[in-house]
Design a protein. Structure first.
Length: 145
C-alpha cells in the first residue's frame, strides 16, 4: 500500500459527515473546503467574536482549525472503523491574523499504523494573496471507537 492510499474508499464522505457533527466547527463558522488522501483544507472567515484584544483572530481559533485539518488529513488514510485523536502538537504563530479569511491546510508527513505525523499551515487570504500566519507539527493517533 502506498503511503497516501486510503484504506477506506469512502473516506471523503466519512470525513465530511464527521466534520458536520462538530459543534466547535459550526460555532466558529468553519468550512471543510477540500478533502484528498493525506490533505485536508478548512476555511474560516474573520469574525469579531473570534478575535483577541488587538483585533487579530485569536490564536485558539487558528489552532483549532489547523488541528482539525491535520486530524482529518490523518483520518483520510485510516480504516473506516478508526477514529483519530491528537496526541501532540506545536504551533508557531508567524504573523498577525487580521485578514478577511483564513485557510488551514493539514498534510501528512508520515503515516503509520497507529501514529501519523502531520504538518499544518494557516494562510491569511487577502486581496494581495496568501500570507502564512501559523504553522503546526502534530502527531495523531488512530483509536478504535
Amino acid at each position: 500500500m502506498s503511503p497516501l492510499t486510503p484504506q477506506d474508499s469512502d473516506f471523503e464522505s466519512r470525513i465530511r459527515q464527521s466534520f458536520s457533527r462538530q459543534g466547535a466547527m459550526t460555532t466558529l463558522g468553519a468550512e471543510l473546503t477540500d478533502v484528498k488522501p493525506g490533505r485536508v483544507v478548512i476555511e474560516l472567515r474573520h469574525h469579531e467574536a473570534l478575535t483577541q484584544h488587538h483585533g487579530y483572530l485569536h490564536a485558539g481559533m487558528l489552532t483549532t482549525i489547523v488541528d482539525n485539518a491535520c486530524g482529518y488529513a490523518a483520518s483520510s488514510l485510516m480504516a473506516a472503523d478508526s477514529e483519530v485523536v491528537t496526541v501532540e502538537f506545536k504551533v508557531n504563530f508567524i504573523a498577525p491574523a487580521k485578514a478577511p479569511r483564513y485557510r488551514a491546510v493539514g498534510s501528512i508527513v508520515r503515516a503509520g499504523r497507529t501514529l501519523t505525523v502531520c504538518s499544518g499551515e494557516v494562510l491569511a487570504l487577502t486581496a494581495e494573496g496568501e500570507q502564512p500566519v501559523a504553522t503546526m507539527l502534530a502527531t495523531m493517533m488512530a483509536v478504535s471507537p
